[in-house]
Write a protein that binds this ligand. Structure first.
Ligand code: 13P
Ligand code: SF4
Length: 357
């Protein structure tokens, strides 16, 4: 069951949108910028009506976009549920390419648009369908769990997908003694830690073959993919912040290293972190995740202090702007396609994940 509520701003005038942006972001956004963004958002909301479109916005969208145009905002799991359920003709995915592909996999009769072709992901780029086939040949009969941060052809080689919001639940639901978990090394190590599993990480050699040490017992086989944003946080960062602010509550995304997750007070998907801030009453928080999300959480919780340890924007999420979202709807670009033979196989893995929860 999704908890996301639809946000309808199509009735709002430019001035209404400006007032909302001013209230949320006025403290640190120049006046002229708020005016430009409000005009763009108004144009987008009118185009959305004309095109009978829904806009899905990931929690990492830049604050002005996040607070002005999406019908739904959320993490990868909730947004893929929304993509599966929508009856609109057009889905505009303000996120990265693997998310738009997942929407197309789940709802193939709809036109799925991504505002920029540059919105990739270092995790999705870390593994190919050939790599998964090599792993399956090396570890025959072991089920494959694939993080949604992968492209459709990789999902098509998998038994089930997961997101950061349900990785442990999916791994449990498999009921298998051992499984392959791809491609994020840190997420895999965090799942292993939480479920008491022993993990090995094969290494891909320059000739494409796999080097793997199976002398020690193992229950999980991972891969060496990393999120270029989350791998940058360190325990030293945490120690420095705690030394200055002993009462800070530190939240980390499970794409951070196991050491960072262990040194945090809470770890969860982007939605889980947002809920944690909303439901608790600490004087200050530090979010170890993509920068814009900290800004979005701060804007939605003005009574709570968010510490900024933030010079790290995801270069892929950062591609998506209000201008490009407007152009996506104006020119119906860029259409996301998934070859049908790949889509039907990828669908099985994504559907199985959604059925697990
Ligand atoms: P969530 O599924 O937690 O929203 O994370 C997606 C992502 O890309 C994190 O870097
Ligand atoms: Fe990919 Fe990391 Fe960017 Fe998320 S934050 S889209 S995992 S590169």
């Amino acid at each position: 069951m999704t908890t996301l509520q639809s946000i309808d701003r199509t009735w709002m005038s430019v001035d209404d949108i400006y007032d909302e942006l001013k209230a949320r972001l006025g403290e640190y956004t120049p006046e002229f910028e708020l005016h430009i963004k409000a005009e763009l958002a108004y144009e987008i909301n009118q185009l959305k009506l004309e095109r009978n479109a829904v806009i899905l916005g990931h929690n990492y969208m830049e604050p002005a976009l996040f607070h002005s145009v999406p019908d739904f905002v959320g993490d990868s799991l909730d947004l893929s549920r929304k993509a599966a359920e929508t009856d609109k003709d057009v889905i505009v995915f303000c996120g990265v390419r693997f998310m738009a592909e997942t929407a197309k996999i789940l709802n193939p009769t709809k036109t799925v648009l991504i505002p920029s072709l540059e919105a990739g992901c270092s995790l999705a780029a870390s593994i190919t369908a050939d790599d998964v086939r090599s792993l399956k040949a090396r570890f025959p009969g072991i089920p494959v769990v694939t993080y949604v941060n992968t492209y459709a052809d990789v999902k098509a080689e998998s038994d089930v997908c997961c997101t950061s919001g349900n990785a442990v639940a999916v791994a449990k639901a498999l009921g298998a003694d051992s499984f392959i978990f791809l491609p994020d090394e840190y997420l895999a190590r965090n799942v292993a830690r939480e479920s008491g599993k022993r993990i090995i990480i094969p290494r891909k050699l320059p000739d494409g073959s796999l080097e793997v040490d199976t002398t020690e017992p193992y229950d999980m086989v991972g891969w060496g993919g990393r999120c270029e944003v989350h791998e940058q946080f360190s325990v030293r960062d945490i120690d420095a912040v705690r030394a200055q602010f002993p009462d800070v509550v530190i939240l980390s995304h499970p794409e951070c290293s196991p050491e960072v997750v262990a040194a945090s007070d809470f770890s969860g998907s982007t939605n889980a972190m947002i809920r944690y801030v909303e439901k608790t009453t600490a004087p200050r928080y530090l979010l170890l995740t993509e920068c814009s999300m900290g800004e979005n959480v701060a804007a939605a919780n003005p009574d709570k202090e968010m510490l900024r340890l933030c010079s790290i924007r995801c270069p892929h999420m950062n591609q998506i702007t209000l201008e490009m979202t407007r152009d996506a709807l104006k020119y119906m670009q860029y259409v996301t396609e998934v070859p049908e033979e790949i889509r039907v196989r990828a669908y099985r893995a994504v559907r199985r994940m959604l059925d697990i929860g």
